[in-house]
Design a protein around this ligand. Structure first.
Ligand SMILES: C[S@@+](CC[C@H](N)C(=O)[O-])C[C@H]1O[C@@H](n2cnc3c(N)ncnc32)[C@H](O)[C@@H]1O
Length: 282
């Protein structure tokens, strides 16, 4: 049976797999369930609620999606390559009376449909995490919360990480810890933007952005002067950066980003001093 196999291969197989993690690209690793305390922390860190659609890639017995549905009334989906595990997860969903809101498919994670996801959960080996990263950034909507148990995405650093103590892991009791990481999928803002500041006459300003996931740096040209900045931040579709405003002061630009447009406000300290908008220069 699947769970006996889990007991036998859990810690040993995961550790052995980790040793070869750099070579693993097509498999997310063996079935090792996330302990309940860690599932709870993953859902809490993602801020799961009843409006969410939670997708677990490599869903095992379905526990993360099932917990999101029973505790937070969310909907969701899990995919796993192992048909027995998919069957177990669907049977649990029926037993818990939530089969109308959650379902589990036998599918490779690389083929999963992410279009409905507002929260994405993972407990997959680093090689698979690296393979998945471009798919997640291309297919998840900006603002989607991604939560992973233990493993990260190399250069795409988490927005938050916490460590959880758990009384069991790898199906063995003891004092264990797990790391839980949260990323908020950033809007794509790389490139040049024409900036208009409300109440300002003359040539529009120009913003050039070089983006590295949720951080960015760039140049802001306004009134014949060009400033560089390195502190640009994105949290989903919320953007902010600061440029010098003279007299040692700086102005902070914040905005909500759409596909080819952003709109927001300029602050000097706490005070809003102007509204601004920008359109992408093709
Ligand atoms: C470490 S377990 C995590 C199970 C569950 N998400 C949890 O946290 O309890 C990894 C799961 O990913 C599945 N898996 C591995 N490679 C996969 C792939 N390429 N496509 C789909 N599922 C995969 C395994 O069958 C296993 O159930």
């Amino acid at each position: 049976m699947k769970f006996l196999r889990t007991l036998a291969c859990g810690a040993v197989a995961l550790c052995a797999s980790l040793a070869h993690a750099a070579d693993v690209e097509r498999t997310g690793g063996p079935y090792v369930p996330t302990p309940p305390a860690v599932v709870e922390k993953m859902l809490e860190l993602a801020g799961v609620g009843s409006q969410d659609f939670v997708v677990d890639l490599g869903s095992g017995d379905g526990r993360i999606v099932l917990a999101a549905a029973t505790r937070y009334q969310a909907s969701g989906m899990g995919v796993d390559i192992d048909p027995e595990l998919v069957e177990v997860a669907n049977a649990l969903a029926r037993k818990q009376g939530i089969a109308g809101r959650v379902r589990f498919l036998r599918q490779d994670v690389m083929a999963a449909d992410l279009s409905r996801a507002t929260v994405l959960t993972l407990y997959l080996l680093p090689g698979m995490m690296a393979s998945l990263r471009p798919k997640l950034l291309a297919e998840l909507k900006p603002g989607t919360r991604v939560v992973s148990h233990d493993f990260g995405f190399d250069q795409w650093k988490p927005d938050r990480s916490v460590t959880v103590e758990t009384q069991e892991k790898y199906d063995m009791t003891g004092m264990w810890t797990s790391d839980v990481h949260l990323w908020i999928v950033p809007a794509a803002v790389q490139g040049a933007w024409r900036v208009t500041r409300a109440g300002e006459e003359g040539e529009p300003s120009r913003l050039e952005i070089r983006q590295g996931f949720q951080q960015f740096e760039g140049r802001f040209s306004r009134g014949g002067r060009t400033f560089t900045f390195r502190d640009g931040r994105l949290e989903g579709v919320r953007l902010s950066f600061a440029v010098p405003a003279g007299n040692g002061r700086s102005e902070r630009y914040s905005a909500t980003v759409g596909r080819d447009r952003m709109n927001g406000e300029v602050r000097d300290g706490e005070a809003v001093v102007a509204r601004w908008s920008a359109t992408r220069i093709p």
